[in-house]
Design a protein around this ligand. Sequence first.
Ligand SMILES: *[C@@H]1O[C@H](CO)[C@@H](O)[C@H](O)[C@H]1NC(C)=O
Ligand SMILES: *[C@@H]1O[C@H](CO)[C@@H](O)[C@H](O)[C@H]1NC(C)=O
Length: 435
Amino acid sequence: MKMKGELKIIAIVSMALVHQLYMCESRNSLHPLILIPGAGGNQLEARLTKDYKSSSLFCSRWNPIMKDSQGWFRLWFSPTVLLAPYTDCFARRMTLHYEKDLDDYRNEIGVQTRVNQFGSVQSLLYLDPNLKKITTYMAGLVNSLEAIGYVRDTTLFGAPYDFRYGLAPEGHPCEVGSKFLKDLKELVEKASNSNEGKSVILVTHSLGGLFALQFLNRNTPSWRRHFIKHLVTLSTPWGGSVEGMRTFASGNTLGVPLVNPLRVRTEQRSSESNLWLLPNPTIYKHNKPIVITQYSNYTVEEIPRFLKDIGFEEGVYPYESRILPLIEHYEAPGVDLTCVIGGGVKTPDTLLYGEKGFDEQPEMGYGDGDGTVNMVSLRALEKLWAEEKNQTLETIELPGVSHKSILDDREALDVIIREISRINSMASRLRPHTC
Ligand SMILES: *[C@@H]1O[C@H](CO)[C@@H](O)[C@H](O)[C@H]1NC(C)=O
Ligand SMILES: *[C@@H]1O[C@H](CO)[C@@H](O)[C@H](O)[C@H]1NC(C)=O
């Protein structure tokens, strides 16, 4: 009897083991993955409170049609921005203010903003779900990830954020950006815990890569080792871009047709993250004039004087106190990193302003890059981290792929997916795979 009992127990135990092994194999063996978009890469909602004072009678009468019962409407993106009078109302509502007393940025008075569905990829797929064709953002990438077995809200997550705000160095308040990093940390832990403790792959586009690097370095090495499998950055402007200077000088419609760039210039200058995207003096050549005018030239080291001369003196203090300390040193996080970049696309590297000054779009000189970001910026980490022993860094350059087309070009997506599959097939460096 005793013998029989023991056998039974062994049988049950081994069945359980077999079951567990079977589960192990049949369950999705993918590492959970979180997408972090770039500037303008997710929907943003707003609502106006009674404190909101319109800049014009027109804007006060204009209220978005698609409001929910609590008054929230989609601020970004809405096609009304394309119609001149509405562009002004939109720009005013998107404007940030740096408050010296707070030492922080805030929204326009009377404008509340939020990202919807944090944790989900939903608001990164299309910027306007009613205009899918022309506002597609990460839908192609998400479809490709689903094709290799990723499942939304199970193994595939999204981290949308208010991309107008940036991050500040230690000692400076940064309410919105800090909240995002805190939410992102919780999302990483949740994604890992709900996937048998597997570490998480972060995949970012553009500005999202700058946030991700800060995020990693603001968490402890042991947290990073435990929770992060790999960082894959697409088109990250590690050292900003010359295009960033054009945005401040004469406005930049970022390819949105019909909009007069001067109508959105004030709003674009007010964005903290746009200051972050100016060319980084530790990465660009020091002595080369980037902005050339009839009266003066500006190198990357002269951005404060540049900001003053374009008529945006109020940007100088936050640039010097918040941005420069943030970008002067890039700590290597020791997390495996793959930079996927476009290359061989004509990219502005010099801006030539004529007689009418900064109110007219400049003539441009061009160099190598992804059409938006210069090659020296896309490849900056290779140089900065050449001596870092603990940092793996692989760069994959895709010829002819632009800053944005990296998210829907078929061949680019194939390369990205192959890399993500490879990462999934690699055993963790620092701890054994457990099921
Ligand atoms: C600005 O740079 C251009 C081209 O390098 C040069 O020809 C010009 O003399 C410079 N102008 C001033 C004011 O320094
Ligand atoms: C490199 O990583 C190892 C193991 O994690 C650590 O002990 C060591 O201090 C690191 N070295 C540097 C220079 O960061």
